[in-house]
Every structure is written in C-alpha cells, then in structure tokens.
Write a protein that binds this ligand. Structure first.
Ligand code: PLP
Length: 278
C-alpha cells in the first residue's frame, strides 16, 4: 500500500516519522477522515473547511486549496471503484528540543493514507449504547489527534458490550465518542447545536440538509438525557458508520427496540444522495 508523507508517495512500511515529532510527543496535531464512494471524494470542500478550522484552532498555518488536497489524495485511492476513506493527519512537525511551547520554526508533518470502508454491521440491525460523562476537553470542535478521552470512553462502551458511548454533560446529550447524536422526539428529528462541545460532523450536516429538502421536521436543540431515554428513535452518525440506529440505551430499549421508520427513511435518502454524486 502506497501512502503519502511530506510530499512523497511511498510504501506504508517505509513511511517513518521522527520520535521527536510533536504528534508523537504531545498529540499536537489534527486529522480528517474523508469518505470516497466509488472513487469520488464525498463533500471534500466541507472536510477541507473543517480541517482549516481545526488548523486555525491549533494555530498551525498550512494552506492548501481543495484542488491541491484532492491532487494529494487522488493517487491513494483504488481505481476499482470500491468505497474507501482518506485518513489525513497533520502535526506541528519535528523539533530538536521537547518543549510545550511552539518551536520557532516548524515544518508540519503531513500524512495521508486510504483504507477500505467496511460495512458496519450495526447499521441495519441497530446497536446498544451506554451513556457516559463527557470527560473530554473544552474544544471538541477541533478534530484533534489527542483522542485519549474518546478512546477510554469508547473502550468502556465496548467492555460493556456496546458499540458506542453517548456523552453527557450537565445532564444534556453532547455527541458520541466518535459520532454525532440524533433523536426522534414527538416525530421531530433533533440534534444538539454546533459549538465548542461537539465536532461539527459532515454526516450531521448532510442529514439536516436531507431533512430540509424532504420536509422532515427537524430542530437543532439541546437534548436532556431523560428526553433521549424517552425518544422513539436515537441514531449515532459518522462518515465511516453512516446512520446507525441505537436500539438500546443503558440496557433499556429505545422505542420498540428495533430500528425505527425515520431511520429507515433517512438511510434510504442518504444512500440515494451518495449514489446521485457518483
Ligand atoms: N464526533 C466525533 C467526536 C467524531 O470523532 C466524529 C467522527 O469520527 C463525528 C462526530 C462525526 O463526524 P463526521 O460525520 O464528519 O465523520
């Protein structure tokens, strides 16, 4: 497998980064995950806009145009039209001395690779989730590689036989450990508003656009944990898993314990939208 590292394409096994890289030492970097359906990058402009926000958020100057990024990613994608995603990671690069403050001069480390999108089994059957206290930092809108809290939260879910942790802060639903959350309450689709608490998910945006276009009632609003527990449907959504119905939360059924009708409709709309682009 060929990967991209700092301007070169090389076999994965030859792609090496210094142990003094600030990504390794401090987790000082940001990333993106960009699906490519049938070889076509999905909502690339949106992913690059979010990347630029993340880079600005960590004060790392690196400006490539969307076309420049696309030229970097293109050779990494398989030409047989299978569904893949690009993983892109940018760190503040290597510095001779370990120092928390930024080095005087930095050359960012830029790494990109592709991987196949594996169909997520829970997408049609539904998953079980648990709720956990959101132990992350206060700038969750930055897609930072520093994912220790997310990892511990997801692992706790897995340890308890669940596929996702839904994070709660001060009694309100925030997002999943690696996903955004939607609830269907009194027939209305609700997702928490954007802000520093959540990652502005591209899948989230697409779902809200599809709801608008197809006149499905929706609202961006805070969701109390009790309201989530009483919701007729709960979904967790992300680029690699798409829209996943949550059929049990903390061991109690959501709705009738099966994927709901609005999930089915929105999943069909999303598949149709993806197909219309490729
Ligand atoms: N929230 C978090 C914390 C994530 O890690 C992710 C993606 O992995 C998302 C939300 C969903 O974002 P997207 O739809 O852009 O994949």
């Amino acid at each position: 497998q060929q990967v991209y590292l700092n301007g070169e394409y090389l076999p994965l096994a030859d792609a090496k980064v210094s142990v003094l890289d600030r990504g390794f030492l401090f987790g000082d970097g940001v990333y993106e995950v960009i699906p490519a359906y049938k070889g076509r990058l999905f909502r690339l402009e949106d992913h690059i806009a979010r990347l630029n926000n993340s880079l600005a958020g960590i004060r790392l100057p690196l400006a490539h145009s969307v076309a420049e990024w696309e030229a970097i990613f293109r050779p990494l994608l398989a030409d047989d039209g299978r569904d893949q995603y690009i993983y892109l990671q940018i760190t503040r690069g290597w510095a001779p001395k370990r120092d928390h403050a930024f080095p005087q001069q930095t050359t960012p480390t830029v790494f990109a690779m592709s991987a196949d999108i594996q169909p997520f089994p829970g997408r049609s059957e539904g998953i079980e989730a648990i709720t956990l206290d959101d132990t992350r930092w206060q700038l969750c809108d930055i897609k930072a590689i520093t994912l220790l809290a997310n990892i511990l939260l997801r692992q706790e879910a897995v340890d308890r036989g669940c596929a996702e942790a839904i994070l709660v802060k001060n009694g309100y639903v925030i997002e999943g450990a690696a996903s955004n959350v939607f609830a269907v309450i009194d027939g209305e689709l609700i997702t928490p508003p954007k802000g520093h608490d959540i990652l502005p998910g591209i899948t989230r945006d697409v779902i809200l656009e599809l709801a608008e276009a197809h006149r499905i009632p929706y609202r961006e609003d805070i969701i109390a944990l009790e309201a989530l527990q009483q919701a007729s449907e709960v979904w967790v959504v992300s680029s690699t898993r798409e829209i996943v119905p949550v059929v049990a939360l903390d061991g109690a059924a959501i709705g009738d314990g099966k994927p709901g009708p609005l999930w089915q409709r929105m999943d069909q709309l999303l598949q149709a939208y993806k197909n219309s682009l490729s």
